[in-house]
Design a protein around this ligand. Structure first.
Ligand code: COA
Length: 325
């Protein structure tokens, strides 16, 4: 009974669609440049909703899909790099919004790998027997930390939330988990926070909290680490890449995925991609993609799926799962 499986999925994106043509009116860019470099055509942008609001809406849909009440939840984990506030956590705000009064709540920050880290943590709580029903959400309003004057980054990101309900089961749904980090490469992808500024600090020049990225280094890191993640998550299991029906990567960039597919000799059609509609939604992207596949009826019982994330920290991770629904 101490195995974890996915009982339900949900997602939510803001209504406002921002196309590449809309971006042409803001910065010196073009639809052709963005599409050819990234595969992104449009993204969703919050018109005022904060991260907890997106997260709660995705959570309600995941609970419906799991046929579970909010009262049944033992734990809510929110993965995000764009919290509403330092405190309370987004997960505490979600708890109030959905009425999950029996749940413990905390947030985690693991860049764009946050959803993978969150599922891994949730799985450990179920495996240990401490909790039975866990909500894991990846939610971001990246538009609030986007520098809308920086064409190198503002074309890449979008807002959204994806969620899963994990539940204890006799049937092993989460087969294998893997994660890693290399903090010494942190400078390649940053969102600066608040400087230490108190009566004892030297003069502080505060910097705005905008996304800063070295695109080339992140590209090199991602293409290397995705393949390493496949190897590690399959290690010590009965499965190889040939057994995998779908790979759901963090939806950062089509060229990254295409490069990986070619290097690892994997049919590109095995990768589920929806980044052309949503851009890079960081912690939210894998959950949004999984929910979209579930709702489209693409997933059949016993399908083996790998979800793989990579991003700021730098962090990475993968989950090998069997679809039990
Ligand atoms: N529109 C038009 N031109 C742009 C542009 C934009 N939005 N952004 C950058 N450029 C320009 C650059 O200024 C540069 O011009 P220059 O040569 O005159 O200096 C030129 O395009 C080439 O830039 P370059 O960085 O070499 O492009 P690239 O082919 O490497 O693509 C990325 C840039 C960001 C798309 C690519 O590096 C990438 O995908 N990196 C990974 C990013 C990512 O996925 N991050 C999130 C991971 S979680």
């Amino acid at each position: 009974m101490n195995h974890a499986e996915i009982a339900g999925t949900g997602s939510y994106v803001p209504q406002k669609i921002m196309t590449n043509e809309d971006l042409e009116r803001i910065v010196d860019t073009s639809d052709e440049w963005i599409l050819s470099r990234t595969g992104i055509r449009q993204r969703r942008i919050s018109e005022g909703e904060n991260t907890s609001s997106l997260a709660a809406k995705a959570a309600i849909k995941a609970l419906e899909d799991a046929k579970m009440d909010a009262d049944d939840l033992d734990l809510i984990i929110v993965a995000t790099v764009t919290q509403d506030t330092f405190t309370p956590s987004v997960s505490c705000l979600v708890q109030v919004e959905i009425g999950a009064k029996n749940a413990s709540c905390f947030d985690i920050t693991a860049g764009c790998s946050g959803f993978i880290y969150g599922i891994n943590i949730g799985t450990q709580f179920i495996n240990s027997g401490q909790y039975k029903n866990i909500l894991v959400i990846g939610a971001e309003v990246l538009s609030k930390v986007t520098n809308w004057e920086d064409r190198n980054t503002c074309v890449l990101f979008g807002d959204g939330a994806g969620a899963v309900v994990l539940k204890a089961s006799d049937n092993k749904g989460i087969i294998s988990v893997y994660m890693g980090a290399s903090g010494d490469e942190n400078r390649y992808l940053e969102i600066p926070g608040i400087e230490v500024n108190n009566p004892f600090s030297p003069e502080v020049i505060s910097k705005p909290s905008y996304i800063k990225m070295n695109g080339l280094e992140i590209f090199k890191f991602a293409t290397k680490i995705i393949r390493k993640s496949f190897k590690n998550v399959l290690q010590n299991t009965d499965y190889s890449l040939d057994d995998i029906k779908y790979i759901i990567p963090h939806q950062a960039n089509y060229r990254i995925i295409n490069h990986v597919a070619q290097k690892a000799k994997i049919d590109i059609n095995k990768f589920y991609l929806n980044l052309e509609k949503y851009g890079n939604t960081s912690s939210a992207s894998i959950g949004i993609a999984l929910d979209e596949m579930n709702k489209k009826g693409l997933l059949s019982k016993d399908d083996k799926i790998i979800m793989v994330g990579f991003g700021g920290g730098l962090t990475w991770g993968a989950i090998l799962l069997k679809w039990n629904k």
